[in-house]
Design a protein around this ligand. Structure first.
Ligand code: OFO
Length: 158
C-alpha cells in the first residue's frame, strides 16, 4: 500500500468536494442577485472538477484503484458575499496546506507523485492570488452597492 497514493486519492475527493462547495456558493450568489459572482464561482467549481479528474487520471495511470468517498453537505447560508469570498479564500489556503503535505511525503516516497504534484503547487499560487485580490476589492468597496455591482459586472467575464 502506498501512503502517498492514498493521500492523493483523498485529495482527489477533496477537489470534488471543493467543486461542490463553490457550486453552492454560486447558487447563493445567484439567489442574492449577483450574477457575476455566480458566474465566477461556477467557473471555479468547474475548475475544481478538472483538478480532481487530473488526479484521477494520474492515479489510474499508475495502477491505483481510485475511490470516491462521501462528502460533507456544503454550507448554504451566508451572511453576505463578503463571507462567501472569505470562506472560499480560507478553503483555498487549506487546499494549499494539503497539497504541500502531499509534496513533502512524495519527495521521499514517490518521485512520480512528487513531479505530478508540482502543477498543483503552482496552481495554488494563482488560486490564492485570485481570492486575495477579490478580498481586497470587497474591502475597498466596503458594502457600497454601486461598487459591488461594478465588480459583479466585471466578474461575468471570467
Ligand atoms: Fe483545486 O483547489 Fe482550488 O484551486
Amino acid at each position: 500500500m502506498s501512503k502517498v497514493l492514498d493521500k492523493l486519492n483523498e485529495q482527489m475527493n477533496f477537489e470534488y468536494e471543493s467543486a461542490y462547495i463553490y457550486k453552492q456558493m454560486a447558487m447563493y450568489a445567484d439567489d442574492i442577485d449577483l450574477p457575476g459572482f455566480a458566474h465566477w464561482l461556477n467557473a471555479q467549481s468547474r475548475e475544481e472538477i478538472e483538478h480532481a479528474e487530473k488526479m484521477l487520471d494520474f492515479l489510474q495511470d499508475v495502477g491505483y484503484e481510485a475511490k470516491l468517498t462521501g462528502m460533507s453537505e456544503p454550507k448554504a447560508d451566508y451572511e453576505n458575499i463578503e463571507e462567501v469570498v472569505k470562506t472560499a479564500f480560507d478553503h483555498e489556503k487549506e487546499v494549499t496546506r494539503r497539497i504541500n503535505e502531499i509534496a513533502d511525503l512524495a519527495r521521499e516516497e514517490d518521485k512520480r507523485v512528487y513531479s505530478f504534484i508540482q502543477w498543483y503547487i503552482d496552481e495554488q499560487v494563482e488560486e490564492e492570488a485570485n481570492f486575495d485580490q477579490l478580498t481586497t476589492r470587497l474591502e475597498r468597496i466596503n458594502g457600497n452597492w454601486s461598487g459591488l455591482y461594478i465588480l459583479d459586472g466585471e466578474l461575468k467575464h471570467r
